[in-house]
Design a protein around this ligand. Structure first.
Ligand SMILES: *Cc1c(COP(=O)(O)O)cnc(C)c1O
Length: 205
């Protein structure tokens, strides 16, 4: 919800200490973050303790999910996971699309660079915003805390009238009085799109 990044190194150290497994639900990291940017470290990749869940409906642009883990975990899921057992298998069409997504993710350094440049542009542009402050986030999810639910909804509506889709996230999804505008950047945006949003946020009151 907040675009923050888990301390995977710290969590893995705790797992080593207490002989525990680590389930990483990397819905927003997969395809976007890489090592040095909060992505999986080499150590996490190599660890038998990690159960890695990649959501395929976000950066990969298709649907479904994939689990990577030690063989014993995968065998257990195949035998025991009810949704896996009782749901019709994903269609081959999806696998074909996903192969292309994976190719694009692997060769996606330019897209990731553009995305991270949008993030810097947004954060610089909103540094002195009167409406509120961006939460700390180095990722494409950039929440702007407004406070009251009604105010967040009103601002979201005002942005929509300017052609900008920025949903309001309200209590009880987030703690009381921290209703926010959830800005989500994409590599498909242009620098002009980001400027337009920055200007609109400065203009609406
Ligand atoms: C989106 C999301 C999911 C669910 O992904 P689906 O493709 O809708 O199943 C799971 N976990 C997190 C953290 C997500 O953001």
């Amino acid at each position: 919800m907040d675009g923050n990044v888990a301390d995977i190194r710290g969590l893995l150290a705790l797992c080593d200490q207490y002989d525990a497994l680590l389930l990483l639900d990397d819905a927003h990291g997969f395809g976007v973050l890489n090592e040095g940017r909060g992505g999986l470290t080499e150590r996490a990749r190599a660890s038998d303790r990690v159960i890695y869940l990649a959501t395929l409906g976000k950066a990969a642009g298709v649907s479904g999910a994939a689990v990577a883990a030690h063989e014993s975990v995968i065998d257990w899921l195949i035998q025991k996971a009810r949704p896996y057992i009782y749901t019709t298998a994903s269609p081959p069409l999806l696998a074909a699309c996903l192969l292309e997504s994976l190719r694009q993710i692997e060769a996606g350094e330019a897209r990731r660079a553009r995305l991270f440049s949008h993030i810097s542009q947004l954060r610089e542009g909103l540094g002195d915003l009167k409406l509120g402050a961006l939460m700390p986030s180095d990722t494409p999810i950039q929440p702007l805390v407004i406070g009251a639910n009604a105010e967040a909804v009103r601002l979201s509506q005002a942005l929509l009238e300017r052609g900008l889709l920025v949903p309001a996230i309200r209590t009880p999804t987030v703690p009381a009085d921290t209703a926010r505008l959830r800005i989500t950047l994409s590599a498909a945006h242009s620098a002009d799109d980001v400027s337009q949003l920055v200007e609109a946020l400065h203009a609406i009151t």
